[in-house]
Design a protein around this ligand. Structure first.
Ligand code: DAT
Length: 178
């Protein structure tokens, strides 16, 4: 893992978290500030119809992990990618130099997901996912502790702060590499 990670000239960063925690907003801002490419894994799956079924509980398609990995492998090998997805355990560990997990208080998350038009069951399942910090645990089980960072994403100020934090992390990585 370390050998492949060090061969990249730019880092890859994963931004993960329950739907609605602000991944897309955070990643698009980082991409415009750094020139890194925002890779929205949900959109990649949709474009290529890289699905293997449908999750009735979460009311969303199930990704075909192997085909997603094949699709993204060359892109990630280049480095300089900000990857955005609401799960993180199926990506190869060697892809990422840092994993940021966004967290949002339940009431705020409820409002955001209601505004998105989620039905009651999908809302409940996603709120429970956040309450049980499922994605944070998944990240801690899948990646080295020292590259997993939890960031709170409740207020617009948090969004700005999180973008600053991740951009700063990228800048430091690039300085270390030169
Ligand atoms: P995700 O990509 O995780 O599903 P998003 O970026 O689409 O989330 O954000 C969901 C909504 O919440 C969207 O209307 C933007 C808003 N939002 C994101 N981060 C926020 C924050 N820190 N404070 C307030 N609103 C935020």
């Amino acid at each position: 893992m370390a050998a492949e990670a060090t061969s990249r000239r730019k880092p890859n960063v994963l931004v993960t978290g329950t739907p609605g925690t602000g991944k897309s907003s955070t990643c698009s801002e980082i991409a415009s500030r750094t020139g890194f490419e925002h890779v929205d894994v949900g959109a990649v799956a949709k474009d290529g119809q890289l699905y293997s079924g449908f999750d009735a509980d979460l009311e969303c398609p199930i990704l075909d992990d192997d085909r997603i990995i094949d699709e993204l492998e060359d892109k990630l090998a280049e480095g300089g990618k900000i990857v955005d997805y609401h799960s993180c355990d199926f990506f190869p560990e060697r892809w990422f130099d840092a994993v940021f997990v966004l967290r949002t208080d339940n009431t705020k998350l409820y409002d955001r997901l209601s505004q998105r038009g989620y039905g009651p069951q999908k809302l409940t399942n996603n709120i429970q996912c956040e309450i049980f910090q499922t994605i944070l645990e998944e990240a801690r089980e899948s990646y080295r502790d020292d590259i997993v960072f939890e960031l709170h994403s409740n207020e617009p100020d948090d969004l700005d702060r999180n973008v600053d934090c991740i951009v700063e992390w990228i800048d430091k990585w690039l300085v270390r590499r030169t």
